[in-house]
Design a protein around this ligand. Structure first.
Ligand code: GLN
Length: 501
């Protein structure tokens, strides 16, 4: 493996800025790596070889001209195929949008381009970001680089797998119920869900608008912070964005110190349904934070157990409304458009052919939950539960600075294992959904491997709204302490790097 693909984004950016290496060389090394392994991993739906090389050359010449660019200039980036990219097909992994080429960039993609980042291509996801394994993608699943028979999590399995397979140093994700953190946890990478509203949704294909949160995916905590810094901030094109300066996340990532911090362990996220190996790694990580001077408190959040059922009413309700735009009239797929069929028939046939089973399931559930006569019982009750979860968080912040839990109840499961059982699939997000319901920032960080299946385990760190810096501080401390213990980052233990694959 070319050494360039093993370096961090921070290191690559520094070497490119000092002209020790060109962005073109770095970009080519990653494109070669994609060509080498993506037939097996299938992290990418589209690789923009020519576009990436062209951008890289342009950045190199600006640097040669003495221009001072940001820390990620010239660094490659993989983009979840939910972000609109001007001139590059954007599918949301759905037949409905197959071949659609957006006429504009999402705000976040614009910001990455302005920062001089090089877009390698678009990564696979569950259809419209609904799923926990990337198996609902209309274009086939992504495989977990740690074990190709296992899922990479979802919905952003492509982004997480691209990092774990050293195809890209950084990736963009979106997190509605866990789609950045859960794939991060099961691939041994870092995934951060920023405070809701601190990253723009403009040009991100809408799923559940009150929950959707774009964020960074990386192999190290500092890299995630550097990307987070590029993408965060108010956007006049998304009126839900917060008009406040972002917290000092890069500084926090450079301050790996938890001495005196009060860390709350959520008591509800343990026991039945949790893999004993996940619990063992979690307990060890808590122990390590304690020995680094953190004060550990046990915190009960009794309504967190209700987050999952409430989410599966609110999320489908918003999906049923957002996905109504795929009406065969404006853009995307259109079938039976032969002059013989009525508009209603074309619409029905198109939606029948264009959406996969999971999208249909959620549209039907959501339409039911919002229908007259059921609205109060389902959607209304779920909104009340959402308030109770927010109160659990507010109460917790009186006794602790951050909350921690396992990021997922189990390690990566085998492909096909949960596709026939939606409830088992939904339970993959048990630990991640509360932060979405409250809009809180949260991240997942690698804390070791299961001794049973050899797969990565992640710890989740949650913080109060607009205190994203605390997530980074704890994540950075974990990373420093565990790298010292292991003598190398967790990904250095990946089978291929050990020469076993
Ligand atoms: N797995 C969850 C779902 O299926 C969350 C998805 C997401 O965060 N995009 O809805």
């Amino acid at each position: 493996m070319n050494e360039l693909v093993t370096l961090t984004a921070a290191e690559l950016g520094a070497r490119i800025a000092s002209r020790e290496v060109s962005s073109e060389e770095v970009t080519q090394a990653h494109l070669d790596r994609i060509d080498e392994v993506d037939g097996d991993v299938r992290a990418f739906l589209l690789v923009d070889h020519d576009g990436a090389r062209e951008t890289a050359r342009r950045i190199d010449s600006r640097i040669a001209d003495g221009e001072k660019l940001g820390p990620l200039a010239g660094v490659p980036l993989a983009v979840k195929d939910l972000f609109c990219t001007k001139g590059l097909a954007t599918t949301a992994s759905s037949r409905m949008l197959e071949g659609w080429i957006p006429p504009y960039d999402s705000t976040i993609v614009t910001r990455c381009k302005d920062a001089g980042m090089v877009i390698l291509g678009k990564t696979n996801l569950d259809e419209f970001a609904m799923g926990s394994s990337t198996e609902t993608s209309a274009f086939g699943p992504t495989h977990n680089p740690w074990d190709l028979d296992r899922v990479p999590g979802g919905s952003g399995g492509g982004s997480a797998a691209s990092l774990a397979a050293f195809q890209s140093p950084l990736a963009l994700g979106t997190d509605t119920g866990g789609s950045i953190r859960q794939p991060g946890a099961v691939t041994g990478t870092v995934g951060i869900k920023p405070t809701y509203g601190s990253t723009s949704r403009y040009g991100v294909i809408a799923m559940a608008s009150s929950l959707d949160t774009p964020g960074p995916c990386a192999r190290t905590v500092l890299d995630a912070a550097l990307l987070h810094q590029v993408i965060a901030g108010h956007d006049s094109m998304d009126q839900t964005t917060i008009d406040q300066p972002a917290p000092a996340i890069v500084e926090a990532a450079n301050q790996p110190d938890v001495a005196g911090m009060r860390i709350g362990v959520v008591t509800e996220f343990a026991g039945e349904g949790y893999d004993p190996q996940v619990e063992a790694r979690f307990d060890e990580a808590v122990e390590i934070l304690t020995s680094a001077g953190a004060e550990i408190v046990e915190v009960s959040c009794p309504n967190f157990d209700l987050a999952l059922p409430a989410y599966y009413l609110i999320q489908p309700a918003e999906v049923s409304s957002n996905l109504a735009r795929y009406d065969a009239m404006r853009y995307g797929l259109r079938v039976d458009d032969d002059g013989e069929h009525s508009a209603e028939q074309v619409m029905r046939a198109t939606r029948g052919a264009g959406f996969g089973a999971e999208a249909k399931r959620r549209i039907i559930l959501g339409t039911y939950a919002l229908s007259a006569g059921y609205y109060d019982a389902y959607y209304g009750s779920a909104q009340k539960v959402r308030t109770l979860i927010q109160r659990d968080f507010e109460k917790a912040w009186k006794t602790c600075d951050v909350l921690v839990s396992p990021a997922t109840p189990t390690t990566a499961f085998r492909l096909g294992e949960r596709t026939a059982d939606p409830m088992a699939m939904y339970r993959s997000d048990l630990c991640t959904i509360p932060a979405n319901m409250a809009g809180s920032p949260a991240g997942s960080f690698p804390i070791g491997l299961s001794e049973t299946d050899g797969m990565p385990v992640g710890m989740q760190v949650m913080a109060p709204i607009m205190a994203d810096d605390r997530v980074y501080r704890v994540g950075a401390a974990l990373e420093r302490l565990l790298n010292e213990k292991w003598g190398a980052p967790l990904l250095a233990k990946a089978p291929e790097l050990r020469g076993e694959a």
